[in-house]
Design a protein around this ligand. Structure first.
Ligand code: SF4
Length: 370
C-alpha cells in the first residue's frame, strides 16, 4: 500500500508522464474533479493530476508502460516502485441502440466505478457571475466528448454492459443543476430507477439540496443507495467568492438537508465533497467535518486540482503537508464515530481515489496513527 504521504504528494504535485496516452483516456473537463489519470500503486488506485500546469514540473515521473500497462514511478531519478494503468474498459467500444458511443454516456472512474453526469448543463454555469469557479461542466460538452442529457434508457444500457464486461461495482450519478425546485433530484431518480431495473448496481446520486425533503424518500425508493450533497467550500466568504451562485443556498439549508437525508439513507450513506485548498483553513474544514460526522455525514475531503480553462486554472493545489494536517485528524474523527469509507454502498467516499483519506482511515484502523 502506498503511504498516505506519497498519495498526498502525487495529488498535489501531479506526475510527468513519458507517454501521455498511458492507460485509458483521462478525465478532462466535466463536473467532477478533472484532468486526472487513474493509476494503481501497490494495489491502491488513485486519481493523479497529469494535465495541469504543476504536473509538468512535478518531481514524480512515470515511464512508458509495457503492453500490460505496467510502468515504474520515480522521484528525482530514484525508482519508488511499480505503477499500473487501468486498461481501456471494454464497454467503451460499444454504441447505444440510438447510436451514441457508450463512453459519451458514462466513463470509468478509479478502478471500478461507473460515473456519469446525467445533465451536462447547469443553471449556474451559464452566468460568469454565478458559475462555480472550479467547474468545467461545459467543456467536455463543447468538445463533443459527451452528450447533454443522458436518457434513462441509455444509462441502463451502459450500466448493464459495464457490469458484465468490466466488473464495475458501483455507480456515481452526478448532475448539473437544472432549473426547478428539485435541483436535479427528479432526473437522478428516474435515471436510477432505469438502471436498477436493468442491473443490480449500487448507485450514489449527487445533487444540491432539493427544496422539498420528500425528494430524499423518492430518490431512495427509485434505487439510489447513497447520496452526495457537496459543500465544496465551508466558509461563507470562501463559498461566496468561489461559487457565487451555489453559495446562495445557505449552509443552514445544507445542514437541514443532511439531517433529513441521513434519516432516509442511513448514517454514513450521505456524504459531502470538500475541496481543500480553495481558501478554507484547516480548522474550518475540521470544524465543519466534526458537525457533519455528528449528523452521520461522511466528509470526503479531497485536494483541489485546478482544471485548465476554468477561472481557477492558475490556482495552486494545496501543499501535501496541508492535506496531512487535515486528513490525519479527520481519519481519527471518522474512526471514533464508526463511519468508514468501506461501509459506504456507492460513490466517491467508497471509491476514495481522489483523496488519501481512506489510506489514513486504514492507518487509523491499524493503530499507525493515534
Ligand atoms: S472519488 Fe469520485 S470523482 Fe474521484 S474517481 Fe472516485 S468516483 Fe470519481
Amino acid at each position: 500500500m502506498p503511504t498516505a504521504q506519497l498519495i498526498n504528494e502525487l495529488q498535489s504535485c501531479g506526475v510527468r508522464l513519458v507517454d501521455p496516452k498511458a492507460g485509458h483516456e483521462s478525465r478532462r473537463g466535466g463536473a467532477c474533479p478533472s484532468d486526472h489519470k487513474a493509476m494503481t500503486i501497490e494495489g491502491t488506485t488513485v486519481m493523479v493530476p497529469v494535465h495541469i500546469a504543476p504536473a509538468f514540473a512535478s518531481p514524480y515521473f512515470v515511464e512508458k508502460p509495457d503492453d500490460l500497462g505496467r510502468s515504474r514511478i520515480s522521484r528525482d531519478g530514484v525508482t519508488l516502485g511499480e505503477v499500473s494503468f487501468p486498461v481501456r474498459p471494454r464497454f467503451y467500444d460499444r454504441t447505444t441502440a440510438d447510436g451514441i458511443p457508450y463512453w459519451k454516456i458514462a466513463v470509468l472512474h478509479g478502478r471500478d466505478v461507473l460515473a456519469t453526469t446525467v445533465l451536462q448543463t447547469c443553471i449556474r454555469y451559464q452566468s460568469r457571475t454565478k458559475t462555480c469557479r472550479f467547474c468545467a461542466i461545459g467543456q467536455s460538452l463543447a468538445a463533443g466528448r459527451t452528450v447533454e442529457r443522458k436518457t434513462p434508457a441509455q444509462l441502463a444500457e451502459v450500466a448493464k454492459v459495464a457490469v458484465a464486461l468490466d466488473g464495475v461495482s458501483h455507480m456515481v450519478m452526478t448532475t448539473g443543476t437544472p432549473p426547478g425546485r428539485d435541483r436535479g433530484a427528479a432526473i437522478l431518480a428516474e435515471s436510477a430507477a432505469a438502471v436498477k431495473a436493468a442491473v443490480d448496481l449500487p448507485i450514489q446520486g449527487q445533487c444540491e439540496p432539493p427544496d422539498d425533503d420528500a425528494w430524499f424518500v423518492r430518490m431512495k425508493q427509485s434505487g439510489i443507495d447513497a447520496l452526495g450533497m457537496h459543500l465544496e467550500a465551508v466558509t461563507p466568504q470562501i463559498r461566496a467568492r468561489i461559487m457565487p451562485g451555489k453559495a446562495q443556498v445557505p449552509l443552514d439549508r445544507y445542514f437541514e438537508a443532511f439531517a433529513a437525508a441521513v434519516a432516509v439513507f442511513g448514517r454514513g450513506q450521505v456524504s459531502t465533497y470538500i475541496l481543500a485548498g480553495l481558501g478554507d483553513t484547516r480548522d474550518a474544514i475540521l470544524g465543519t467535518s466534526e458537525k457533519l460526522i455528528a449528523l452521520g455525514v461522511y466528509p470526503f475531503v479531497v485536494p483541489f486540482v485546478p482544471i485548465s480553462g476554468t477561472p481557477l486554472e492558475s490556482h495552486p493545489p494545496p501543499q501535501p503537508g496541508f492535506m496531512h494536517e487535515i486528513l490525519q485528524p479527520l481519519a481519527l474523527m471518522l474512526r471514533a464515530a464508526g463511519l468508514r469509507a468501506t461501509d459506504i454502498k456507492a460513490g466517491c467516499g467508497r471509491c476514495g481515489a481522489c483523496s488519501a483519506l481512506s489510506t489514513y482511515e486504514r492507518n487509523a484502523d491499524q493503530g499507525a496513527i493515534a
